[in-house]
Design a binder for this molecule. Structure first.
Ligand code: ZN
Length: 149
């Protein structure tokens, strides 16, 4: 994908081939399912909460490289975080991929910056954001099924 630097593409491909936290969580506190009909990406997100701390987070599903890599990075970035921090990361990520004009909040985003180039590919934004909408559903809406359409 032109527009994404070589380094970013490499990180993306690495997450796709070895996704982090690609598993179930035993006795999850919350789960949610997400679907992106445009691409066919499907995901289930599992959360284990301890008070308002995300003790464990994992995902399963089938989808394209971007949806898998994004889900993998999402689990890494929110594990161990507070609910309020996870919502903050969601907002920063959402703004980064949907608003090319905005200056991304790199402090909050960390490695997620890797996916910043995706906003040049409108059809892939939904792939990148699916895991995040599903996470937000699990966190805040008690697992309503989400769809990007
Ligand atoms: Zn996709």
């Amino acid at each position: 994908m032109p527009g994404l630097s070589d380094l970013y593409q490499e990180i993306l491909l690495e997450h796709n081939s070895k996704p982090r936290n690609f598993r179930r969580v035993e006795n999850p506190s919350r789960t949610a399912e997400g679907y992106n009909p445009l691409c066919g990406d499907q995901i289930t997100v599992y959360l284990k909460m301890s008070g308002d701390i995300i003790d464990d987070v994992a995902f399963q599903g089938v989808g394209c490289a971007i949806s898998r890599a994004s889900a993998s990075m999402m689990t890494q970035s929110i594990k161990g975080k507070k609910l309020s921090e996870a919502n903050q990361i969601f907002d920063a990520f959402h703004l980064m991929v949907t608003d090319p004009i905005s200056e991304p909040d790199y402090d909050t985003l960390g490695d997620l910056e890797t996916l910043s180039g995706i906003n040049e590919y409108p059809t892939r934004i939904k792939c990148a954001i699916l895991a995040w909408h599903t996470l937000r559903s699990a966190l805040n809406d008690q697992g309503k099924k989400v769809t990007t359409e």
